[in-house]
Design a protein around this ligand. Sequence first.
Ligand code: NAG
Ligand code: NAG
Ligand code: NAG
Ligand code: NAG
Ligand code: NAG
Ligand code: NAG
Ligand code: NAG
Ligand code: NAG
Ligand code: NAG
Length: 475
Amino acid sequence: MAPSFLKSLLVAAACATTATAQIDVDLTSSSSVKNAMATIAYNLLSYYKGNLSGNTPGILPGPPPNGDYYWWEGGAMWGTMVDYWYYTADTSYNPTTLYSLVFQAGPPGNSYEPANWTASLGNDDQGFWGMSAMLAAEVNFENPPDTDPQWLALAQAVFNTQAARWDTQYCNGGLRWQIPLTNNGYDYKNSIANGIFFNLGARLARYTGNDSYAQWAETAYNWTADVGYIDAAYNIYDGAHVEHNCTDINKAQFSYVAAAFIQGAGFMYNYTNGSALWEQRLTSLTNRTLEVFFPNGIAVELACELTASIQCTADMLSYKCYLHRWLAQVTQVAPFIKDTILPVLKTSAEAAVKNCNADGTCGFRWTTSSYDGDTGAGQEMNALGALMSVMITLEPLKAALTNTTGGTSVGNAAAGVGSSITTTNYGPITAGDRAGASILTIIIISGIVSMMVWMNTGEGEGFRLGLFGKGKGML
Ligand SMILES: *[C@@H]1O[C@H](CO)[C@@H](O)[C@H](O)[C@H]1NC(C)=O
Ligand SMILES: *[C@@H]1O[C@H](CO)[C@@H](O)[C@H](O)[C@H]1NC(C)=O
Ligand SMILES: *[C@@H]1O[C@H](CO)[C@@H](O)[C@H](O)[C@H]1NC(C)=O
Ligand SMILES: *[C@@H]1O[C@H](CO)[C@@H](O)[C@H](O)[C@H]1NC(C)=O
Ligand SMILES: *[C@@H]1O[C@H](CO)[C@@H](O)[C@H](O)[C@H]1NC(C)=O
Ligand SMILES: *[C@@H]1O[C@H](CO)[C@@H](O)[C@H](O)[C@H]1NC(C)=O
Ligand SMILES: *[C@@H]1O[C@H](CO)[C@@H](O)[C@H](O)[C@H]1NC(C)=O
Ligand SMILES: *[C@@H]1O[C@H](CO)[C@@H](O)[C@H](O)[C@H]1NC(C)=O
Ligand SMILES: *[C@@H]1O[C@H](CO)[C@@H](O)[C@H](O)[C@H]1NC(C)=O
């Protein structure tokens, strides 16, 4: 008995040591950062069960209550993995990444509106998958087989379906948050949905050289500012309701919204050959974002990462990833802002890795100088994003490509046109569906008027803080 008792004590001690040792990484060494990224990426992918038999490819376990993660976060994770390959040249996860991004495309429209997920489908959710496809085109990630939808066409399909939903009936324009009108949040127009549409427009303009995208991007940005979601000091607020003409602004600020606008502004700056308008917008947004979200040079998700407690939903626990990655990418297309952005991302990354254990388990609150015990797929993505923003200073990486500078993805300017989900189109349309559709629309629209009377419970801050659950279907 004694020896085995001793042995278990020794094992326990060894485990404790492994678990509490910080990850060993030298942020001035490319190979050291790559090793740390590989460890964290492995840990991140341990959350992915979509390739096990019986599970749905492309998604993280969920949506709640079946698991922590909504559909969009799978799309966000594969975008992170596209960047993982771009920064490290490690191809280990490329097949899974490619397969996932294609699997969730949602044929026949291939606009990331698959029928399974419409009950919680927001323009932002769809847009996240679209941005990951856009990134794959920009970094020349391996193209899918010819018979599958292509990266550029996927991004164009998302963009086109969203442009078709631009709604001038309320608030002088803008995209609504949710896509099907039966979803809770359909009456809310928010900055992230419009920020992603802007972001995709800016990047498509630069990639394809087609000015229509740039005009849409400018329209989307201007609307967001005109309605007051972007204020004079370049704070970006969450959103407001159509029944109040978008004046009941929920002033919560989330870092990924700012990052989506900054990245889009960077691409508009580049596309316009450095115009004064976009230089000013990019500079101002960046200044304010560094001030708000990086107090003491360390990223904080301030709306939910409170001093006393962390109130972030699983969604929010991943935003720092996008904050770091998208700000890093901007420095390639708007090099003048490099010296403003990169030093802050570096101090933030230094803090981030102190929250990672040697096995690549990373925590959330980077202002502590050790692992805070709060981990998950989002937290792993955050740490990866932080390290990517250091890699950008260590390796001679190619800036986002375009159709004329080596991008090989095949596009289709008409992708998604006519396939966009309208109020009743939840699945593949058959002739019978079409005949019934307009009748159903009338029934739903007359229902929604009375519904709106009692539906003003506000899916603002409380909603996004998870009190109601994101985008639960009303019907
Ligand atoms: C699932 O994907 C992970 C990550 O790429 C990989 O390590 C694992 O081997 C895959 N499992 C199967 C059954 O394909
Ligand atoms: C949709 O759900 C079905 C049933 O769970 C699953 O078999 C299928 O793979 C899912 N498709 C997508 C695109 O999620
Ligand atoms: C430019 O993009 C628009 C979509 O915004 C599309 O309708 C048009 O056909 C495109 N033009 C070309 C030349 O591809
Ligand atoms: C957008 O706003 C800028 C600055 O106010 C203005 O110069 C530009 O003409 C506007 N563009 C559009 C498409 O409204
Ligand atoms: C709604 O707000 C827009 C500005 O966002 C304004 O132009 C419009 O006049 C307002 N409409 C009403 C009915 O108040
Ligand atoms: C940017 O400059 C290039 C090369 O001079 C020119 O062809 C292009 O039209 C310019 N783009 C814009 C949006 O002004
Ligand atoms: C942004 O911040 C930099 C450095 O703090 C400052 O030089 C610059 O004037 C600021 N620009 C704007 C538009 O606020
Ligand atoms: C646009 O991006 C390219 C990198 O692709 C960069 O070389 C160029 O300087 C950028 N243009 C401006 C105006 O900063
Ligand atoms: C670039 O875009 C144009 C217009 O859509 C297209 O004709 C051309 O084939 C594209 N070039 C490449 C290399 O994809």
